[in-house]
Design a protein. Sequence first.
Length: 225
Amino acid sequence: MLSNPQTPIAPRDHFSSIVPNWAHLGPPLRPAPDDSAVVQRVVAGLGGAAHAVVLGLTPEIIACDWPADVQLSAVDHSPPMIQALWPPAKCPPQSEVILGNWCAMPFASDSIDLVAGDGCYVLQTYPDGYASLTQEVGRVLKPGGVFVSWDPNPFNPVILYRYLATPRSPNQFIFWPHKVLPLFKSSGLSASTKFFYARLPWTRNRFLGTCIGIVAHLHHKETHG
Ligand SMILES: C[S@@+](CC[C@H](N)C(=O)[O-])C[C@H]1O[C@@H](n2cnc3c(N)ncnc32)[C@H](O)[C@@H]1O
């Protein structure tokens, strides 16, 4: 495991405390069976010798069918989660895990082809957390790079009820897509969102979709000076 000394480990991350029960979690905290198909579609378009970053350790993302020569870096700030989930059952040959914060990743600017994750924005405060994560994604991605992720859909009444009426951790928030889209734009990414539960096409709408997927492409970077 590589460590990233610049970034302290978040002190109150609830994932560290639920490690023993993690395997029993279901959607939307874990991907539904076909949700990772969203990432798989982007993975299938990667060029040769790509460097992909996974935000977190979600096995369903890491187990996608990656190109044989991909380099995969999974970034997570929770040592107990890393200990429990790394190495995963299926991952590309060149895979590493990095102990670090998604908002200050130890990668050079313009060096990453794909950043993928799930349940990432729902763990960020608004506006600061949303802005830090989006700017960092924009910094590390190369022009032509892609960000893909999904979060629970708060317009689905069941998801909203669960959030408001059942116990939740203090670092879990509601994901608001309209708040993140302008941030992508100011970081140079064109983003679109989609309601889905991949397996059931008739649920792909605002009120029945369990998740909101985001796909964002970095076309160009502002050059300063
Ligand atoms: C990607 S999320 C969503 C859960 C996911 N569906 C799964 O299957 O584990 C969970 C992970 O994010 C990590 N995490 C949360 N905020 C983070 C941050 N700012 N930087 C790095 N890792 C973070 C947690 O430690 C946890 O392992």
